[in-house]
Design a protein around this ligand. Structure first.
Ligand code: ZN
Length: 350
């Protein structure tokens, strides 16, 4: 039976406390409620979060930028841009997010478990090396990849971003590098404007950024197909030692910022296929890092289905799996174009 490692901390509620904001503390309360579900009882192992050190943040972020976020400490409200704010404790909370993911990865590397979920906020994938953006302060998942490389000597890391929005910050952190393969599927054109097909990485990193820009309205089977027909062959070709997932819940069909049509069962199906990829290429090692998602009901219901899959408490309908396996990726227009562009780098697409 799989034990699933979980990072959670009451302090994640302290960011933007008392400030009306879409990225509200209620989001983390909703995810914490999922962890109390009777179906998960006895399956979860909790990992204590620590705060990331200043020097660790500087692996991805500039010192000028870190200082700017640090200066928000103790102040009632600091605005970085139209939608990204910090309150008194946000600097500490954001460091506890980054360090929480580090703690989770330490445990996976120690072999305490292979699967993990970091139940954290603020999210991170929009945060660029020198700027806060899109509700994100520090780029949790990019820093996690750096941590694996620098502290655990991991040579190849794959990041799969399934948030509705493009992970511009993560892309920027690794655009020139081939030791992190970044694959993002997202609504396009949409916030933040990046993530088009032609953004493939540069220099040594050329081919190691894979964007799949999608039109709105994609559903459960579409995303499952993307995992099976795109993420799966890429992972087999690249052979990462671990997979990190930027896990947004904003693909949910009733999300407040949403444009896709993924149901809670769809999150179960997507998770099923992601786990299968990890089993095939990296002995099942996979860590999910929470990103966006702005329907509390969506977080509760999609989060529960995702967590049940991680715990092998599966309710995925075998017919929906067969439908994905028996279909063709050509059903999604962007996939054909992406394969055409990337066949030059990845023989699996020829
Ligand atoms: Zn998002």
């Amino acid at each position: 039976m799989q034990q699933v490692l979980i990072v959670r901390d009451k302090k994640y509620e302290q960011h933007l406390e008392g400030v009306p904001h879409l990225e509200s503390p209620k989001r983390i309360k909703a995810m914490n409620a999922v962890l109390q579900d009777p179906s998960l009882e006895g399956r979860l192992q909790f990992v204590e979060a620590r705060e990331a050190a200043y020097e660790e943040l500087a692996w991805v972020h500039t010192v000028e930028y870190i200082d700017r976020v640090a200066q928000s400490a103790g102040k009632r409200l600091t605005s970085f841009d139209f939608d990204t704010q910090a309150t008194e404790k946000s600097y500490d909370v954001a460091r506890l997010c980054v360090g929480g993911v580090f703690s989770l990865l330490d445990e996976i590397r120690k072999g305490r478990g292979k699967r993990g979920f970091a139940c954290i906020r603020p999210p991170g994938h929009h945060a660029e090396p020198d700027r806060a953006m899109g509700f994100c302060l520090f780029n949790n998942i990019a820093l996690a990849a750096e941590y694996l490389k620098r502290v655990h000597s991991v040579r190849r890391i794959m990041i799969v971003d399934i948030d509705l929005h493009h992970g511009n910050g993560t892309q920027k952190a690794f655009y020139l590098r081939n030791d992190v393969l970044f694959v993002s599927m997202h609504h396009f054109p949409s916030y933040p404007g990046t993530g088009n097909l032609g953004e493939v990485g540069s220099g040594r990193g050329e081919g190691y950024t894979v964007n799949i820009p999608l039109s709105k309205g994609q559903g459960d089977a579409d995303f499952a197909r993307l995992i099976y027909f795109v993420v799966n062959p890429l992972a087999q070709a690249y052979q990462p030692e671990i997979i990190l997932v930027s896990c947004g819940f904003d693909l949910y069909l009733y999300d407040r910022l949403g444009t896709m049509r993924v149901t809670p069962d769809g999150y179960g199906l997507i998770t099923f296929f992601l786990l299968a990829v990890a089993e095939k290429v990296c002995d099942g090692r996979i860590a999910f890092v929470m990103e966006g998602g702005y329907s509390l009901r969506g977080i509760r219901e999609c989060g529960l289905r995702l967590m049940q899959e991680l715990c092998e408490e599966s309710h995925v309908d075998p017919k929906s799996i067969d439908r994905v396996l028996g279909s063709s990726p050509a059903k999604i227009g962007a996939v054909a174009k992406m394969r055409e562009i990337h066949k030059k780098y990845w023989s699996v697409f020829r």
